[in-house]
Design a protein around this ligand. Sequence first.
Ligand SMILES: [Zn+2]
Length: 332
Amino acid sequence: MDKLLSLQTAKDPVSRQHHYVPRTYLRRWSFDGKRIWTLDTVTGAVKPLGLADVCVKENFYRVVGPNGVAHNRVELLFGVVDDELRRLQVLFNDIEDPNVLEFDDLIALGVTVAVQHMRTLQMRRLRQQHHAWLVAQNPDQFTEMNDPENPFLAAGIHTELLFKAMWEAADVLTTRQIEVWHDLDGRFLTCDAPVLIPFIRNVRPSLLEAPYVIWPISPHRAVALANEVIGEKAVIREATGKLVGLVRDGVQQGRERMVFASEAQSGRLPQNKLFRRRAQIRLRCSQWTPRGRYVDPPGCCVEQSEAFAVGPDVDLCNQGLHVPAPNMSDYK
Ligand SMILES: [Zn+2]
């Protein structure tokens, strides 16, 4: 925490190349410490790329401060998060006896997974997609997230949402059962949205309902946060073919664009597969609010989740309560 506070007055860092998945995280899959085997699901290309060149976006976290001046200090803050991520990745990758885990490690894991889940390019796109819907519904209340006059607005909105949502997400995640899946054959893949919440019948369950929230940490290990708590600090399980398949499908469906593999698994990357679908915003009308309050008809509450689809999955009532939002498709 002291480290975080000292950043408030820190100098603006020079680098504008912001990694939304830390390089140190991806290095576990690297064959030479510098490059990693990749599948680009847009072009179908399978090739090694430099760790410095993947999961990176210029000014991704450049935001405008209260004084109206743009700065990169959010990226500094993520540097602290990255240090913790690195520590946990090593800890869970090497762990043999779950009893060595301390309470702080369990909390840190929840926070780390929550932040990694929310800080990606995929999350930015989904927020933009949802925001386009909000703008169409309430043009007086919301303005476009992509404003040429204000190029850092999208980063600002995303970052604000992230910091609001991370504690709630960490709260949910820290109540889950930690499982460490170990695969002797090193078959785990990962991707540019490396916290996997596998789709169920093409709908992504909420953090509360997901049977597993999976974070692959190396070709041999994945941390899975399960919703069936058995009261152990952590359970180490040998990964069956079924679990390896769950991670593989979770990676392929959950990726934004790039899939990563160890050198041994690179030959198995599905080079010829068509990847037309990926995560999209899904909107449905409901008579219940997220907090469980009943809404009398003809009123309704729009329930937001994520679907595995080619574009935004919007199917709302035609009572005149909702305005079409074709701009959502700009972010598919
Ligand atoms: Zn409705």
